[in-house]
Design a protein. Sequence first.
Length: 320
Amino acid sequence: MGMRVLITGCQGFIAKNLAQHLKKQGHYVVGLDKKLRTGDPVFVDEFIGHNMEEAIKIENDFDRVYHLSADVPNSKFVGSAQMATGRSNPIQSIHALDFAAKNKSHFIYACSAMMYNTEHQGHNGPDLNEDDHIWPANPAGNIYGMEKLYNMQLVQEYAKYYDMKVALPIFHAMYGPHCDIFENSKVVAAMCVKILNASDPGEIEIWGDGTQIRSFCYIDDLMTGLDKIIEHNVHIPINMGSDEAISMTELADMLIKISGKQIKKNYLPAGPAGCMRRNSDNTKIKKLTGWKPNYPLQQGLKNTYEFVMAQVKSNSEAEA
């Protein structure tokens, strides 16, 4: 029998894929978001415009609440976004938690790898695990990582106080179709856009020296992982990401090859390069649920590039 599911931030990248995934399973999906861009596809069964800085006042009969709504600072403007992010996200989480607690809905909170202590993210840093590398707190150099830590702790306190089921997946660099290319594009989407906008032959800019290491998890693998931690009632913080680490140079080379263009890489060492190494240790989730990411990186990048290409083309035609 299908469940009634609420997704906050339903017009975001992960949420759009999640809505489609849950509907295929037979669930009725209601989505909250504060805005609906013209032409932006809606995948929930019922969309409700709502600012999460205000209390949720809709009928409360949901089996699950996926709290994905968050103010995420863009890498280019992270310094100017500190106040907005630091104030807004805890308020949004409190409203989502208060709503879920009234009905004891299973509450799934989207944690972030940005929570991890940056002292473990140098060039020779370890694969990041949940027990050794989060505490003591020293997240990435902006307030987003710190508020994610606070909200994770808050969810655990609500779980104890209200006897709620919770899940705390720690997302590591997700990518795939429906990624945002307009307001807050992440690494893979942003690089796709750069390549698509480059001449042929041409060049693209890469922030940093290209040696930064990341692991990228395809969105379909994430959907399976979320199902697994709910099925096994995993209530502790748990990594959800790929353990296939690649450098920014390797990522650029793979996407350039997919594009078929002749493109040179222009490195900007002074650009906002982020940490030097962030890779997910999936030991715990594999032990507790059997989950591991299976989607091939090459195919996932091809799918994403084709999606971004279609979006760029559609946007260009709309502006013409």
